[in-house]
Design a protein around this ligand. Structure first.
Ligand SMILES: *Cc1c(COP(=O)(O)O)cnc(C)c1O
Length: 248
């Protein structure tokens, strides 16, 4: 692998290996504490702001899933990683604009951040036209119903943003597969309270959509709590790759 190392760290691979060992042990400990099997939890390495060389190093260390939040950055990175012969599962985890769907469906295996029927329609059309297998979709749930940060609204029948209208749209769309739910703990909420609320929403949701078992919750700071409340995917950036210089 070329020695692309914008961090200035003398041995980036060793640094990533150490971060990975730490995060893996945290996940394993949290599974023990929750009485869950380690195989129930997938770590998604959130590589936003970090270069393709980091994705390749992580893939070489056994990381199978990576997450990105901006198409502009992710499209080129995914192409670079593929050209180097690695094939991780790409999760799109950021706010997605409808005009970016055609690009995202070309490299993403999962889109975790779908919160409106209008976006489902655009993503479904793009998936049918641009890929040869269905795209996995997680519906992003708004835990505090703050319209600014987005996410579908549990307990709302709003035809565009209600959780169940969005789920019906995904389940009925050619090219999409309803895989589960995703959430971010709202700012200012204790993770405990946020993920307890999310677990309650997920329980009701699975009664209606038993195939949609994925629950993506928990980041560097709160992954233990999320695992305690049933997360099947944790999205870990800074604990693995280092603090980002920008707030995203
Ligand atoms: C950046 C980001 C993460 C990772 O956050 P860290 O605190 O760096 O682990 C997780 N989920 C989403 C949606 C993100 O945008």
């Amino acid at each position: 692998m070329p020695d692309a190392n914008p961090t200035g760290c003398p041995d980036r691979r060793a640094e990533l290996a150490a971060g990975l060992a730490w995060v893996r042990s945290r996940i394993a400990d949290a599974c023990v504490a929750a009485g869950r099997d380690r195989s129930e939890v997938t770590m998604v390495a959130v590589t936003k702001t970090y270069p393709a060389s980091d994705v390749l190093a992580l893939a070489g260390l056994g990381v199978s899933d990576v997450g990105e939040n901006r198409d502009q950055e992710a499209a080129g990175k995914a192409a670079e990683v593929a050209a180097a012969g690695a094939d991780p599962r790409w999760h799109f985890i950021g706010q997605l604009q409808r005009n970016k769907c055609r690009s995202v469906v070309r490299y993403a295996d999962v889109v975790q951040s779908v919160g409106s029927v209008r976006l489902v329609r655009a993503l479904g059309l793009a998936a049918v036209a641009g890929r040869d297998r269905p795209l996995d979709v997680l519906i992003q749930v708004s835990i505090d119903a703050d319209p600014v940060r987005g996410g579908a609204l549990p307990g709302s029948a709003d035809p565009d943003a209600g959780l169940y209208p969005v789920a019906e749209a995904v389940a009925g769309a050619d090219g999409l597969r309803l895989a589960g739910l995703m959430a971010v703990a709202p700012l200012g909420w204790e993770p405990e309270r946020a993920f307890a609320r999310l677990a309650e929403v997920a329980r009701g949701f699975r009664a209606a959509h038993p195939e949609a078992v994925a629950l993506s919750a928990g980041m560097s700071g709160d992954l233990e709590t999320a695992i305690g409340y049933g997360a099947t995917h944790v999205r870990v950036g800074s604990a693995l790759l280092g603090m980002r210089s920008t707030l995203r």
